[in-house]
Ligand binder design. Structure first.
Ligand SMILES: Nc1ncnc2c1ncn2[C@@H]1O[C@H](COP(=O)(O)OP(=O)(O)OP(=O)(O)O)[C@@H](O)[C@H]1O
Length: 271
């Protein structure tokens, strides 16, 4: 899988965006990369995709160091997909179907297979009804789903999602949670960055906290978010289920439903 060792990245104006970052995607099935604005998350994603080249340090894919030749990157990007924060940066074609088919056609897949893969991705993303629609007429949330469908259709081993839930209404956000669970169940590794700590707490099983380009903390979300002082120092929020644990003397629950179940049982016993 992907392993990053002692990665540094400096922009041409001298800003040091990544400062000795190491991470190993084997550590979780859904991995969270969190940090305040400017912490280095997008720069890290662009390094992982081979869009930016580290100033120092290495990225390994299945134990092989990343090289930046066309053939390595073409093969790598069929196995490692990215959904950028802004769907307009990812969508190139005028209609939904062709946009989702773009990378598959580019990889030279047979048109019958392209149709099968695209239809499946459109079905999963609930986009079948708009497949003939020009992309520029879609809502922001629909565009975001088109961008995800384009990556799903490639069926990569790893999917990076930069702020997948940003700007979405609650129903659409819930849809993203379902997609991540669907990917997790089928064994696709998901790496997700977000400013929404409740979302990260709920869907990840391992979290890396970045602060000013450095690794500040890592571990299970239950462990990481109990480090309240460090989390706040990194400019991040504490998820509400951890606040409830702290202030109401209840166990640490991962799911809202577990908390309600616990409360239900407690009040039943005391009545
Ligand atoms: N093109 C660039 N040129 C110079 N500096 C840059 C460039 N892009 C980003 N930076 C700097 O690199 C640092 C990391 O930025 P990055 O966009 O990776 O952070 P981020 O964690 O993704 O932030 P956000 O949460 O706001 O998206 C910041 O200090 C930023 O100002």
């Amino acid at each position: 899988m992907i392993e990053i060792k002692e990665l540094y990245y400096n922009y041409t104006d001298g800003s040091q965006a990544l400062n000795n970052i190491s991470l190993d995607l084997k550590k979780g099935r859904v991995i969270g990369i969190i940090g305040a604005n400017g912490a280095g998350k997008s720069t890290l994603f662009m390094n992982i995709m081979g869009i930016l080249r580290p100033s120092q340090g290495k990225i390994y894919y299945k134990q092989d160091p990343m090289t930046y030749g066309k053939s390595f990157l073409n093969n790598y990007r069929q196995q490692v997909g990215v959904v950028f924060q802004d769907p307009d940066k990812q969508i190139f074609f005028s209609n939904v179907f062709d946009d989702v088919a773009f990378a598959l056609r580019n990889a030279g897949l047979d048109e019958i297979l392209v149709n099968e893969r695209v239809e499946e991705a459109l079905r999963v993303m609930e986009l079948l009804e708009v497949q003939k629609k020009p992309v520029h007429l879609l809502s922001y949330g629909q565009k975001k789903r088109v961008a995800i469908a384009g990556v799903l259709a490639m069926d990569p081993e790893v999917i990076l999602m930069d702020e997948p839930s940003a700007g979405l209404d609650p129903a659409m956000k819930e849809g993203i949670v379902e997609i991540i669970r669907f990917l997790q169940n089928k064994g696709t590794k998901v790496v997700v960055s977000s400013h929404d700590m409740d979302f990260i707490y709920r869907i990840t099983d391992y979290v890396y906290v970045l602060h000013q380009g450095r690794n500040r903390l890592e571990g299970s979300p239950e462990k990481v978010f109990l480090e309240e002082e460090i989390i706040r120092d990194c400019g991040l929020e504490i998820p509400w289920l951890i606040k409830v644990h702290r202030h109401m003397q209840v166990p640490v629950f991962k799911e809202e439903s577990d908390l309600y179940h616990y409360w239900g049982e407690k009040s039943w016993k005391s009545s």
